[in-house]
Design a protein around this ligand. Structure first.
Ligand code: ADP
Ligand code: MG
Length: 373
């Protein structure tokens, strides 16, 4: 059980290949830049971001598999920068962290404990405790080659927690699995975390995985932390357009807009469209006549209405997913996505009317992408 703290951590890779072939800018680029965060004891943290944003690099520095260019990492009160990986008391499960093929599942799980000269009965005790948590108790006599992808990943995670680490690091453990298996294993990881109460970090590029598993999400882009918060904080209050567009499926609509002032208040307008949307009262102080903003609104916060008091817009695409329908409409040059659970059906070109839940609209600076508050 451990609290993990990163303070102003930087990572620059200095391998020859990059120096020779990469463009000059990339050569000096940091894979991780000025990263600071704190994971409370027993928390479940999700590091989320697109491929190449520095997630694995961050985990590998925490684990001691990669040296730290600048900054400090603490576990509890101990600065671990110079500790060997084996002295950090960390359990690791990486996507391609292979099991030993000649060994049975039991011996794979026992491997690290044996290496530490743990007594056989202690090893058995530890495996008996962990195996049912990840449903690998039926597999203990099998060889890795006989396991499915999902089973291998369970064993992989079980191996990481069998020695009761202070910190558990999971790097995209589900990304090679198919949809149904991902969901099952996700629920098992969640239950496992409740049982073992161990500070856990999962790295993923899948926002659903991060939202469903983690108490706190860290969103990264280009090696930099964009936002850290609970799933609801990052969903309801994204600090910039990147986070707004990354969290949520389908993602938040981000429409370029110019504010116009009428007698009854301010409105969002859109180039090439007659649609006008009222700026909500709480945002009035943030806008002025002629100001350019990016309007963010989630697809579920736009409603289709029968009333023809709002400007008509044409349907571009209609999709029926059974439990939900998605309608895209054209707003000038841009597409606005709407999701609805109502039993509606449209075809291309149908004219509909929209109502915005204006309390759920977000304003971003179109130049910096930062939320306007
Ligand atoms: P993620 O896990 O988010 O996909 P990584 O941490 O693997 O991203 O990579 C971050 C950046 O560091 C990328 O630009 C990647 O190309 C670079 N990188 C990762 N590993 C190495 C390495 N061993 N040598 C040089 N560059 C690397
Ligand atoms: Mg990675």
């Amino acid at each position: 059980m451990s609290r993990l703290i990163l303070k102003n951590v930087y990572k620059r890779y200095d391998n020859t290949e990059k120096k020779l072939f990469a463009p000059k800018k990339a050569r000096n680029d940091f894979a991780v830049k000025d990263l600071s965060f704190e994971c409370p004891d027993n928390s479940f943290i999700g590091i989320l971001g697109p491929s190449g944003c520095g997630k694995s690099t961050t985990l590998r520095m925490i684990a001691g598999l990669e040296n730290i260019t600048a900054g400090s990492i603490f576990i509890g009160d101990v600065r671990i920068n110079d500790l060997l990986p084996k002295d950090r008391n960390i359990g690791l499960a990486f996507e391609d962290y292979a099991l030993y093929p000649p060994l049975s599942v039991y011996d794979n799980l026992a491997f690290n404990l044996k290496a530490k000269k743990t007594r056989a009965e202690k090893i058995k005790e530890a495996i008996d405790r962990v195996a049912p948590l990840l449903k690998v108790d039926e597999l203990l006599n099998m060889k890795p080659s006989a396991l499915s992808g999902g089973q291998k990943q369970r064993v992989n995670i079980a191996r990481a927690i069998v020695r009761q680490p202070g910190l558990l690091l999971l790097d995209e453990p589900l990304s090679h699995l198919d949809g149904k298996m991902r969901q099952t294993l996700r629920q098992e990881i969640k239950r496992m975390h409740r049982e073992i109460r161990c500070t856990t970090i999962i790295v993923t590029h899948d926002q659903i995985e991060a939202m469903s598993l983690a108490d706190i999400i860290i969103i990264m882009k280009d090696g930099e932390l964009q936002q850290m918060g609970t799933p609801m904080e990052v969903y309801d209050g994204p600090v910039n357009e990147f986070v707004a567009g990354f969290i949520g499926e389908p993602p938040m609509n981000l429409l370029q807009s110019t504010i116009i002032r009428h007698e009854n208040g301010f409105f969002f307008t859109f180039e090439g469209s007659d649609l006008q949307v009222k700026v909500p009262g709480r945002s009035e102080a943030l806008v002025s006549d002629g100001k350019k903003v990016t309007l963010g609104v989630r697809p579920m916060d736009v409603f289709i209405t029968d009333s023809d008091t709002s400007t008509p817009v044409p349907v571009a695409v209609y999709e029926n997913f059974g439990d939900e329908r998605r309608v895209s409409v054209r707003v000038g040059k841009e597409i606005l996505n709407i999701t609805t659970t109502e039993n509606v059906s449209y075809k291309h070109g149908d004219i509909i009317h929209l109502n915005f839940n204006s309390e759920k609209t977000h304003l971003f600076d179109p130049y910096s992408g930062t939320v306007i508050t």
